[in-house]
Design a protein around this ligand. Structure first.
Ligand SMILES: Nc1ncnc2c1ncn2[C@@H]1O[C@H](COP(=O)(O)OP(=O)(O)OP(=O)(O)O)[C@@H](O)[C@H]1O
Ligand SMILES: O=P(O)(O)OC[C@H]1O[C@](O)(CO)[C@@H](O)[C@@H]1O
Ligand SMILES: [Mg+2]
Length: 319
């Protein structure tokens, strides 16, 4: 393989820049021509593809977001859109594509393969919802951001003796909510992977009040319900003063943690190695600190396991 391209797709994630830099520089190190595509799959369709040099990825390793811009491309979901994308790559002689993104981006990369482009995925999403890797690029930074925000909320919750309901991102995954809840010492965590009864939550809050505990933190994953809905439902069981806080896109921005930079650097370079080994249709990952490659077909059908012991521990510690 002589020419490859790199793009970022889906929600941006801190550490994507480290992965871009690593893929580009590793390719150059291996004497491969490397191209950068801006605006995700839309950029492929509209031919936003340019030859990259070492300097094109300089001074980005420490920045949040993605220097290549990202997109959610509806056109790429059509065969006609994907055909244009594949034709544009082939016209430049590009045989391999590294897709840095989430599960949706993997689905797109998988379909592009069918049109004769070798594709390798690099898992980057704050949601940590990709099977085949213990952790995705961006998750660690987002988790730390959320915990920092909840710490701030705790200050005011304590001062006013209130219950706060904090809504966090994660789409259908409870990973962010679960681990942020444990790390921030939340009393209650709602995640899509578990069914938590509002009546039980109200009972726990009441038991706390009876013991003299005045404030409470409830973390709710957006995949379960909104903070607003949670507040309305809780009010049916217990009369307490509540406030809601929707953390929103603050969770996605910011300087990548050292962990995300290391992960991005490892996986970006590994994706190049996989393409050079003739692999296609696989997602790069780390499992128990070893680099791994998992077939997209497997990634799509497997659900990432959540760790119930973390949920249990959080419950035991937050009485
Ligand atoms: N089934 C599919 N076929 C073709 N393309 C797809 C498919 N699913 C997703 N894509 C492409 O991948 C893009 C990114 O997917 P999506 O919006 O789900 O984000 P993601 O990669 O999962 O990242 P995140 O969840 O972190 O935002 C979509 O906008 C679309 O262009
Ligand atoms: O930025 P958008 O398009 O509103 O997407 C928000 C979604 O993207 C993510 O931040 C990443 O997948 C999800 O947690 C969230 O549901
Ligand atoms: Mg996704």
């Amino acid at each position: 393989m002589r020419k490859i391209a790199v793009l970022t797709s889906g929600g941006d994630a801190p550490g994507m820049n480290a992965a871009i830099r690593s893929a580009v520089r590793k390719a150059i190190y291996e004497n491969i021509e490397v191209y950068i595509v801006s605006h995700g799959f839309n950029g492929l369709i509209h031919n936003n593809i340019k030859r990259a040099d070492l300097g094109d990825v300089g001074d980005i390793i420490h920045r949040g977001g993605t220097a290549l811009y990202s997109a959610r491309s509806e056109e790429f979901k059509t065969l006609a859109g994907r055909q244009k994308a594949a034709d544009n790559l082939k016209a430049l002689g590009i045989e391999g594509l590294i897709v840095i993104g989430g599960d949706g981006s993997y689905a797109g990369a998988d379909k592009l393969q069918e049109l004769g482009i070798n594709t390798v995925g690099v898992p980057a999403t704050i949601d940590n919802d990709i099977f085949g890797t213990d952790v995705t690029i961006g998750y660690d930074t987002a988790l730390n951001t959320i915990v920092d925000m909840i710490d701030r909320i705790r200050d005011t919750a304590t001062s006013h003796e209130r219950t706060f309901i904090i809504e966090v991102m994660g789409r259908d995954s409870g990973e962010l909510a679960l681990n942020a809840g444990l790390a921030a010492g939340a009393e209650t965590i709602f995640i899509p992977e578990r069914n938590t009864k509002m009546s039980d939550v109200a009972e726990r809050i009441q038991a706390g009040l009876d013991r003299g505990k005045k404030h409470s933190l409830i973390v709710v994953a957006e995949g379960v319900m909104s903070a607003e809905y949670c507040s309305t439902e809780l009010a049916k069981y217990i009369k307490i003063e509540t406030r809601i806080s929707v953390l929103g896109h603050i969770q996605r921005g910011g300087k990548p943690s050292a962990g995300d930079r290391v992960l991005g650097s490892r996986l970006g370079a590994y994706a190049v190695e996989l393409l050079l080994l003739g692999r296609s249709g696989v997602g790069a990952g780390v499992s128990r600190n070893e680099l791994t490659a998992t077939e997209f077909s497997y990634v799509h059908v497997q659900n990432k396991q959540y760790d119930n012991s973390i949920y249990q521990l959080s419950k035991e510690l937050s009485i």
